[in-house]
Design a protein around this ligand. Structure first.
Ligand code: ZN
Length: 317
């Protein structure tokens, strides 16, 4: 689908237990030398290639970049496996893109040290992660990054690079002033039904709020997220950003309320704070999100972790 004379939008897919979910892919340019933002999932790479060629978009001489390093945005990059393409990314993304095994090992490490330790021991979880991080990334070799793109610089004289930590620490957004378009990756994801996208081991709720406040100051008419449909119109976009800020503040407030003066475990808090929660979410999502809220409150010095013998509990300060 064409969003403007030089912006193409290829919609990703919803979650599927066999193939995972694939991100949206955006192509900015004149079909011959383009900037590609995100590449979807490896298992959809062949169908993406077909769609690009059908629209006469060349698979050569492109600049390929990513909003963040999650496999559903990155692993489809194998279709740009030609030396004429140039891969660029932010400083914080480089290692994860070039050494995906590190990402996998980091995830496992994070999971083992966090409240996920019990399910990190389960073989199925390890296998799912391995499937995403090694099989998908590693299948056609790893990416070689040619250039680091710095914050507040212009990519190919077109896209303003914005560092937008929150969903992940290495999230980046791109702003195309000519069309007032913002490519925001998973910072906004309408599939999460009003919940902020803070469901990853390196999600940061405080940085996320700061990022959204910054994005609110931009003049945006076209919001192009990492999944699902485009949001049109300044007012709706502003509303979507504000809704996520409000939700974060509400989640923090509710957590503090439930803690009151009684110590509670992550599991207890998760049940109270994040319920009701969309059923179709992956079962680890709730745990990761609750942990992100607690990490934020610990940084605010409003909550502390108490290590009891059997399990960690949280206490309001
Ligand atoms: Zn993501």
């Amino acid at each position: 689908m064409k969003l403007a004379e030089d912006i193409y939008y290829f919609k990703g897919t919803r979650f599927n237990s066999h193939r995972g979910s694939s991100s949206n892919v955006y192509v900015i340019g004149d079909k011959q030398t383009n900037i590609i933002i995100d590449c979807g999932l490896y298992s959809y790479a062949a169908s993406l290639k077909k769609k690009l060629l059908k629209n006469s978009i060349s698979l050569k001489n492109n600049v390929v970049t990513f909003t963040h390093t999650h496999p559903d945005h990155v692993t489809g990059a194998t279709i740009f496996n030609d030396k004429s393409n140039k891969f660029v990314c932010s400083r914080l993304q480089k290692d994860e893109l070039e050494k995906p095994e590190e990402v996998y090992l980091n995830y496992i490490k994070n999971i083992k040290s966090g409240p996920y330790s019990s399910f990190a021991k389960r073989k199925t979880i390890r296998n799912i992660l391995k499937y995403f991080f090694i099989r998908l990334y590693g299948e056609e070799g790893t990416l070689k990054i040619e250039e680091i793109i710095n914050e507040n610089t212009l990519l190919k004289n077109k896209l303003l690079v914005l560092y937008t930590p929150g969903h992940t620490l290495n999230s980046v957004a791109f702003y195309y002033e000519k069309h007032k378009a913002l490519f925001c990756g998973d910072t906004i994801n309408t599939l999460t039904r009003g919940y902020p996208t803070l469901n990853c081991p390196d999600s940061d709720i405080n940085k996320y709020i700061y990022t959204l406040e910054n994005l609110k100051t931009l003049d945006v008419e076209l919001l192009c997220p990492g999944h699902n449909g485009i949001i049109f119109g300044k007012e709706r976009i502003h509303g979507e950003l504000q809704k996520n800020i409000d939700k974060c503040l509400e989640l923090k407030r509710t957590t503090l309320n439930y803690l009151g003066n009684k110590d509670q475990s992550l599991r207890q808090l998760k049940k109270k704070v994040l319920s009701p929660f969309p059923k179709e979410f992956f079962f680890t999502t709730k745990t990761m999100m609750m942990y992100t809220i607690l990490k934020g409150l610990i940084k605010d010095k409003k909550v502390k972790e108490i290590h009891k013998k059997v399990r960690t509990v949280y206490r309001a300060i």
